[in-house]
Design a binder for this molecule. Sequence first.
Ligand code: KIV
Length: 297
Amino acid sequence: MSASPHAGNGKITVPDIASRKSRSTSDSIASISKITCLTAYDFPTARLLDDAGVDILLVGDSVGMVVLGYDSTLPVTVDEMLHHVKAVRRGTKHALVVADMPYGSYHASTEESIRTALRFVKEGGAEAVKVEGGERRIELIARLVEAEIPVMGHVGLTPQSVNALGGFKVQGRSEEAAQQVLRDARAVESAGAFSIVLESLPREVAARITAELNIPTIGIGAGPDCDGQVLVINDMLGLTNGHTPKFARRYANLGEIIARAATEFCDDVHSGRFPSDDESYHLSAEARSRFLARQRV
Ligand code: KIV
C-alpha cells in the first residue's frame, strides 16, 4: 500500500510541490529541480513511474482517450476515474497522486463538486484533485481548498472545453487571448490552488505566467520555462495511434515492441514452438506410469 504523507519517508507532499517554485531573483534556479509529472492509469505503470522517481502521478481524464478509446475526455465518468485512481494509489509509494475531476463532475453545483472531490480523496486515495478552467472556477477552487482538498489548476487548452473551443488548438495566440490566459492563471492562484497546469500555450505566454505566479506551473506544450513538465504516458511510450502533438516527445516505442511480441507469439503457437516441453508441467515418474497404465485399462 502507499506510504503515508509524512515528511522523512521520501513521500512527496502537496507542500513539497508548492515549494518547488523557481525564482529568477534571489534563489538560484539550479538549486530547485523542475517538477516531473506523468499521467498514470494503472497499478504496474504507477509502480514503475514511482520507482523511477517521478514527482507527481496524474490520473488524467486523458484515460478516456488513450485507454478507454473515447474520442474526447467528455464521456469519462467519476466511477471510471475512481477505478483508475485506486489502481494508481496501490502502485504508488512516493509520488503525489492527483486525480482529475472529469467533465460534468464539477459543473452543476459546488456542493456536488465537493462531494465528488471528497470521493477521490476518501475512496481513491488521491492527495489532490485537478480542475480545468480559470476565472470561472474561483469559487469552486476556494471551496475545495476550504474543504482541505488541495487543488491543481489547469488553464490554456482545457480539453473538456473541446466543443466550446472548436477543437484541440493552441490557446493564447493573440495578445487578447494571452491576456485572458494570464487572468485565468492569476484567478486559479488567488483561489488557493497549489500548482497549475499550462497546456498548449506559446512559450512566451507560459514564461510570463511562470514568472508572475507564486505557485509552480507545470507545462504540457507550453515550452521549457515552466517550473515543471507533464506528459501523457501513452504518448511518451509510443502507445498512441495517429496524430500526436509536436511537444509529445516519444521516449520509447512500446507499441512496436508489443505488436512484434504478439506476432511472434501467434507464429510460435501456429508452428508448435510454444509452449515447449520445458514450459510444461510434468507428473512425477511414478504418477506418470500409474496414470498411463490406468488410461490403457
Ligand atoms: O488528462 C490529462 O492527462 C491532463 C494532462 C494532459 C495535464 O490533464
